[in-house]
Design a protein around this ligand. Structure first.
Ligand code: FAD
Ligand code: UDP
Length: 368
């Protein structure tokens, strides 16, 4: 192994790979390691029966930043997939995000004026809530009782494993609410899925860079540190500091996968199950992300799960308690000027892919 690297990059996910690519372009030498047996982190896709399967949950790329859109398209071509999930509540199907199709199904209203009247009436019952303190209050103010009870409450409480009154309001603020028949889940200008899968995007980012998979940083920290002048750490920040102040909490998931001998299971990439008593939150049918015509289909049921040592830390829980703990680790991190902490786990932030790319590019500029 070359012992003269500028950067040891812990984590071959999107943050580590973009950072590595950017500094390599400017003549720096990087070693990227990952404890998993593959690159790409949570955006890893695997081709099964000709279908790109999103192994760590469905990923749809969306951004309004043209530079970021051009950036990812310079490595792989993207298709024109538009995410239009459905919600199944007690056997009935509703369009998401909340739009005229949803309102029509809920209340039979046919025009924006009729819908607005109905929504205002629903919202007016909660006009006393001026500053929503939690997700339940936020949902009442935004959407009223019917939508909250049928499409939000059950899904949210399953997803986060706690009552909606204990979940921060910001989580629901990103859901669009529209008075037209547009089922596009995102408000962004650009959207799509890489043709050939996300793994291809990451492999392209890492061309010409030394990469070692199946290497856990903590198994051999001192030897690995000795290989490079600087470290980019994209794993869990609390683990980096050996849980000195305590453990940050995460929400995890587990997946139940099935290859079915039929061409089409649900006719859509994503169907959410918003009822509390159904234990999974959604069923993903992967082929629909790429308009697949294969004779078989691959589906995944996504079950929210408590996080524990051997499970994947998928979602940070950005409540007050965890934010306070995070601040302590961030203070400690500031004292390590040769270590860059970046990405979803090291920053303990609910980042989308385009956010992570922006962050990695901007961080790389401080080091070239
Ligand atoms: P990661 O992908 O987690 O990469 C970190 C890497 O570090 C991992 O590969 C890990 O194995 C490695 N690592 C950790 N510790 C060590 C160690 N000690 N030694 C060696 N390696 C280590 N974003 C969107 O834009 N659109 C979506 O539709 C979308 N859907 C999502 C759905 C789910 C279920 C989840 C969980 C996330 C979703 N995201 C989505 C967010 C997206 O996954 C992230 O923004 C992105 O993958 C974060 O990249 P990262 O490099 O920060 O983290
Ligand atoms: N949500 C909901 N019903 C749905 C879909 C989403 O109540 O059918 C809420 C839920 O609280 C979730 C949040 O909206 O945590 C954000 O949803 P999004 O689909 O953006 O989450 P992600 O894809 O990141 O899991």
């Amino acid at each position: 192994m070359n012992s003269n690297y500028d950067f040891l990059i812990v984590g071959a996910g999107l943050f580590g790979s973009v950072f590595a690519h950017e500094v390599t372009k400017h003549g720096k030498k990087c070693l990227v390691i990952d404890k998993r047996n593959h690159v790409a982190g949570n955006i890893y896709t695997e081709n099964i029966e000709g279908i790109d399967v999103h192994k760590y949950g469905a990923h749809i790329f969306h951004t309004s930043n043209k530079e970021i859109w051009d950036y990812v398209n310079s490595f792989v071509e993207f298709n024109n997939f538009v995410n239009s999930p459905l919600a199944n509540y007690k056997g009935d199907l509703y369009n998401l995000p909340f739009n005229m199709n949803t309102f029509y199904k809920l209340w039979g209203v046919k025009t924006p004026a009729e819908a607005l009247k109905k929504i205002e009436k629903q919202r007016s019952k909660f006009s006393h809530i001026k500053n929503p303190k939690n997700l339940e209050e936020q949902a009442y103010v935004l959407a009223g009782k019917d939508i909250y009870e049928k499409l939000i409450k059950g899904y949210t409480e399953k997803q986060w494993g706690r009552p909606a009154t204990e979940i921060p309001a910001f989580i629901i603020r990103r859901l669009p609410f529209r008075l037209n028949f547009d089922n596009n889940y995102f408000n962004d200008t650009y959207q799509g899925i890489p043709i050939g899968g996300y793994t291809k995007l990451v492999e392209k980012l890492l061309i010409g860079i030394d990469v070692k998979t199946n290497v856990n940083y903590f198994d051999n920290k001192n030897d690995l540190n000795a290989l490079a002048k600087n470290i980019v750490f994209t794993g869990k920040i609390d683990e980096f500091f050996n849980y000195k102040f305590g453990k940050l909490e995460y929400r995890s998931l587990h997946f139940e996968n099935k290859l079915l001998n039929i061409p089409n299971f649900q006719g859509n990439a994503v169907v959410n199950y918003t009822e509390k008593k159904i234990p999974f939150t959604r069923i993903i049918e992967h082929k629909h992300f790429s308009f697949g015509k294969q004779p078989k289909t691959y589906i995944t049921k996504e079950y929210p799960d408590e996080f524990s040592k051997d499970k994947e830390p998928y979602y940070p829980i950005n409540d007050k308690k965890n934010q306070n703990l995070l601040s302590k680790y961030q203070e400690l991190a500031k004292m390590h000027d040769k270590i860059i902490f970046g990405g979803r786990l090291a920053e303990y932030k609910y980042y989308d892919m385009h956010n992570v790319i922006e962050r990695a590019i901007s961080e790389s500029k401080n080091h070239i």
